[in-house]
Ligand binder design. Structure first.
Ligand SMILES: [Zn+2]
Length: 334
């Protein structure tokens, strides 16, 4: 059973527009069933280590839309195909010849390369991965060395709150040398890309683009339809590559449903309907609260808790949605 802390809204620094106006709702997952995370992802949440957050779409400076590609009908654009072919040539792989182009055949050929190996491994920490991560963050994202600590790398990209094996590293090696790591969550119905870091010497290979095709292929091999690419931020030019992976869908903040990319209005304000019945329904079904290791059903909790935490319980229940609010236990910080 998933155990989540009560969450709260927060406004902080935005890495996309550099203003201090990024508005999110966040909470910590103490224990997370991956099926629950799938449901949370489908209502706009993402995770960073054990921190789960979703943008407050009408308050935040750069609205973030959950984006997923349908891998069954995926048709990569020319840019993607060029990047994939370039990596094949670099990895000394012969490009498959056929009348009808299928990116899957090219990915299959690439996966057989003896020069470039790509393997799916548990998300364990190694010094080698950390060194590559630190180099990537310094050179690609201009981060200070002092900010890059082993502990935070481990917490962010190796450790997970999941109660079952879910997080993996897709490890790229060129002649044995580590050149890239893609952090992936393998969920019950989908593959979700968490983070990707690569060696700055490999910039020309556009590994970010190629990895999305490799992961699309992996998604379909696992029997899934959807490959989740995190958030799409319309105002961020670096994100445009995600929208080029067609067909793709965005989570519409007004209806909380996935729609074809072209059918979602990207401009705030969004017509988000706070249905008061949702909360009434939650209360009659009971929300489980854990305090001092004792589990109680809200609202049958001591008066001081309802007066102190009533609003926070309500906000958290509304943010995670009725399905999750009925399933999980909310831990009250003491
Ligand atoms: Zn912003």
């Amino acid at each position: 059973m998933s155990i989540l802390t009560l969450g709260r809204s927060d406004v902080g620094h935005c890495g996309y527009c550099n203003k201090n106006s990024s508005a999110i709702f966040g909470l910590i997952a103490k224990d997370l069933v991956n099926d629950d995370y799938m449901t949370l992802m489908d209502s706009g949440f993402r995770r960073s280590g054990d921190f789960l957050y979703k943008p407050n779409m009408n308050q935040t400076c750069c609205p973030q839309f959950t984006i997923r590609a349908n891998v069954i009908n995926l048709k990569p654009t020319k840019d993607y195909r060029k990047a994939l072919n370039r990596l094949c040539r670099f990895a000394e792989v012969e490009l498959p010849v056929s009348k009808e182009y299928k990116y899957q055949k090219t990915v299959d050929a690439l996966m057989k390369s003896s020069k470039l190996t790509i393997t799916l491994e548990p998300s364990s920490f190694t010094d080698e991965k950390f060194s590559l991560y630190a180099l990537y963050e310094q050179e690609v994202h201009s981060r200070e060395t002092a900010e890059l600590r082993r502990e935070s790398f481990k917490r962010f990209l190796c450790d997970t709150p999941f109660s079952e094996p879910t997080c993996y590293h897709h490890v790229y090696r060129l002649d044995g040398r580590l050149i890239a790591v893609s952090v992936l969550d393998v969920l019950p119905n989908a593959l979700s890309a968490v983070y990707f870091f690569w060696h700055p010497d490999m910039r020309k290979l556009e590994l970010g683009k190629v990895s999305t095709l490799i992961e699309s292929q992996l998604t379909s091999e696992m029997g899934f339809t959807y490959y989740y690419l995190g958030y799409y931020i319309p105002t961020c030019p670096k994100m445009q590559y995600k929208a080029q992976l067609k067909p793709c869908e965005l989570l519409d903040p007004s209806t909380n449903e996935f729609k074809s990319f072209e059918d979602v209005d990207l401009n705030p304000p969004f017509d988000i309907k706070d249905d008061p019945h949702v909360y009434d329904d939650l209360l009659t079904h009971g929300i489980r609260i854990k305090i001092f290791d004792t589990e109680m059903i809200y609202p049958d909790v001591p008066e001081f808790i309802t007066s102190l935490l009533g609003n926070q319980i309500r906000d958290t229940a509304l943010a995670v949605g009725p399905e999750i609010a009925k399933t999980v236990v909310f831990e009250v910080p003491v």
